[in-house]
Design a protein around this ligand. Structure first.
Ligand SMILES: [Zn+2]
Length: 253
C-alpha cells in the first residue's frame, strides 16, 4: 500500500510524500531540509519529484534534493518556466509513481503552467483547488480557471484531495459569509478549527465534502451569489462569470 504523509514547510505549505516501502516521491518541495528530515526519520530514499507549477514555494527545494539524489525524475508541466523538470507532462498524459497511476490534467488559472495529478483514489491539486477555496488568479483569467475547476467534476465523491496549503480555516470563514445557511460548512469549520489548534492538518479533503462546502465548486447553485456585495454585481449569464464575481469577492475579503 502506498502511504501519503504531510511534510510541513514554510508557514503553511505541505510537501506531500508518497511512500511505498523504502521509496518516496514528493510533491512540490519548496524546501529541501524538511524532506531530508522526513527521509531520515522514515529510513527511506527519494525516488522522484512531482511539480504542479513553477512558484518558488513549490520548487525551491528541487536543486538541493537533486544534489543528493542524482538522476531521479522530476515530473512537471511541459510549458513551465521552472527549468528543473526532466519529465515534461501535458493534458491526459499518464505516469506511474509508487505503483500508482496518475492522469495529468492541465488546470491553468493560478498560473498558466499548473497541472494536477489525478486518480480516483487520491489527487494532488497544488494551488488550483484548496479545501473550501481555490487558487488566486496570478496568470490566468476567471474563464480559464472555471474550465480548470470543471475538470474535477468527473472525479468520484470519495477521491481524496491533497492540496499544498493549510488555508482551510480562512477559506471556510469566507465560505460561511457566502453561504451563512450552509449547516455542513458551519460544522466543518468547528471541526477544522479544533484540528488546526492542535497543529493537525485539515487535509486531505475529498470531493464529497468540497461539493458541499467549497463555494468555487458551487457557483452554479442558485444561492451561492445571494449575498454578493452590490458593487461586484455584473453580467452573470454563465457559470464562469458567476465564478469571476465570487473570486473577486474572495480577493477583497
Ligand atoms: Zn502557487
Amino acid at each position: 500500500m502506498v502511504q501519503v504523509d504531510p511534510i510541513k514547510a514554510f508557514s503553511d505549505n505541505y510537501i506531500w510524500a508518497l511512500k511505498k516501502e523504502d521509496k518516496v516521491w514528493v510533491v512540490d518541495p519548496g524546501q529541501a531540509e524538511p524532506v531530508f528530515d522526513y527521509l531520515e526519520q522514515t529510513a527511506t530514499t527519494l525516488a522522484g519529484i512531482l511539480i504542479t507549477h513553477h512558484h518558488w514555494d513549490h520548487t525551491n527545494g528541487v536543486e538541493a534534493l537533486l544534489q543528493t539524489f542524482k538522476n531521479i525524475p522530476v515530473y512537471g508541466p511541459e510549458n513551465s518556466p521552472f527549468e528543473g523538470i526532466s519529465h515534461k507532462l501535458n493534458e491526459s498524459d499518464e505516469i506511474t509513481v509508487a505503483d500508482t497511476k496518475f492522469k495529468i490534467i492541465s488546470t491553468p488559472g493560478h498560473t498558466l503552467d499548473h497541472i494536477c495529478y489525478m486518480n480516483d483514489a487520491f489527487c494532488f491539486t497544488g494551488d488550483t483547488l484548496f479545501s473550501a477555496g481555490c487558487g488566486r488568479l496570478f496568470e490566468g483569467d476567471p474563464e480559464m480557471m472555471w474550465h480548470s475547476l470543471e475538470k474535477f467534476s468527473s472525479y468520484s465523491d470519495e477521491t481524496k484531495i491533497y492540496c499544498t496549503h493549510e488555508y482551510t480555516v480562512a477559506n471556510l470563514n469566507f465560505a460561511k459569509t457566502v453561504e451563512p445557511e450552509n449547516k455542513i460548512l458551519k460544522k466543518h469549520l468547528e471541526e477544522v478549527q479544533t484540528l488546526v489548534a492542535q497543529n493537525i492538518p485539515s487535509l486531505p479533503t475529498n470531493f464529497a465534502l468540497e461539493r458541499a462546502i467549497n463555494p468555487f465548486l458551487r457557483t452554479s447553485l442558485p444561492n451561492t451569489l445571494k449575498h454578493l456585495p452590490k458593487h461586484l454585481i455584473q453580467e452573470q449569464s454563465n457559470n464562469w462569470q458567476k465564478f469571476a464575481a465570487l473570486r473577486a469577492w474572495k480577493d477583497e475579503f
